[in-house]
Ligand binder design. Sequence first.
Ligand code: HEM
Length: 444
Amino acid sequence: MPSPEAVRRLAGTPRSFTAWALAHGLQRAVIRRGARKGDLIGRMVVEPGLREDPFPAYEELRAQGPIAANPYISASVDHAVCNEVLRSDAFGTAGGQGELPKPLQRLHHWAIQDDTLGPVDPPSMLAVDPPLHTRYRKQVARAFTARKVGRMGDRVEQVASALLDDLDGATGFDLVERYASQLPVTVIADLLGVREQDRPRLLTLGNEAAITLDPGLSWKDYRRAEDALRELHTWFRGHVEDLRAHPGDDLLSQLALDDGPDRLSPVELHQVGLLVLAAGFETTVNLISNAVVLLDQHPEQVRWLRDNPDGWGNAVDEVLRHQSPVQMTLRVALRETEVAGKTFAPGHGILVYLGGANRDPAVFPDPDAFDVTRANADQHVAFSAGVHYCLGASLARLEAAVALRSLYERFPDLTVSGTPQRRPTRVLRGYEWLPVSTRASVSA
Ligand code: HEM
């Protein structure tokens, strides 16, 4: 029998139930009904097999033309259409729930509480449109200038090297736990001024909250994520107070101390922390682990990279293209507009399949082949495009290139030694568990 505490947790409150029903429940019911009738867009959101391997479904969508549609929503895997939608000011994120009718949007706004806001709930930068977005992004972008990211290079090298030293002598380990997640968590913790002892808890909570990026969540998954979000907000509140009293050289201290006319409100500040955690952490873990699985399947390319270490940058872009860590995003028409001959009414949404656009044969010849020397690998849209283009793109590229080069230098014979286990998320694509083995490490 479930404990009273478990029952309480599952029951939630009428407000949280309303927030779930509007953000996920309604969508879930419509999607499931469509999927049962064979609707491909619905099946892509609910079928477990299509989470594991969405690529054949992307080709089915492609066969339907540049834009596929059911009565409720459109979808595209076409590189040109995805780019056009992401860059167009006729589309936006519309506050995260822009596809709901206005009265339901207002009800959702009431139902969702500040201490359970997720990384893609407004006022998160990812869920607001210009001009609000412009002011917000300008503030946060100060931490991600090319000069600042360049300066992080030495720190990233140092962290990678220390992690590999810890693995010295190990012949088998979980690459996600011991390496792929440790490097990004340290980088994000540096950006957010997080103390060493708080990092493991933050890592766990970040993982639990990441599922809120998925559409059509079940009530049970939503409740679990809501608890993690509540704990994260409580933690951020205390943390921001600490930083105000003892500021460091990090992004969050900078923003917390800002008293200029564009300064962020306390809720906006928490949302920056949460977004950087959700957008910057698990995505990079996934990029590194997706790369290791792909390289394991192509040992000749690892040998080529050993002789051509300058090729690691392009190899990272090819991994981003082939196994995009963020598979999709959503945009909503803000006014009547036309794309590829299809008219969008205001409020009509389109699922932008970044992972599908990155396999578009019109842009990438032989798109299913993995080739670290592909000449135009960097034309992928794995970091999105337009006003929401990933702020951390150069940092993620830097982290992944250093992490992978250092890993294969230290363990030239690294192989995947079991069946890796995927994460249960659809928007984010990567591994939860990735067993690897090595015969011996090469001393640094
Ligand atoms: C492999 C790693 C990464 C991938 C694939 C990735 C992907 C993305 C994508 C696809 C978006 C836009 C989503 C949309 O258009 O709806 C985005 C936005 C964002 N990313 Fe990343 N990201 C990565 C790493 C990072 C890192 C390391 C950071 C920061 C430390 C970061 C911070 C952000 C922020 C703040 C936004 C919001 C930008 C805005 O709304 O203007 N990301 N990312």
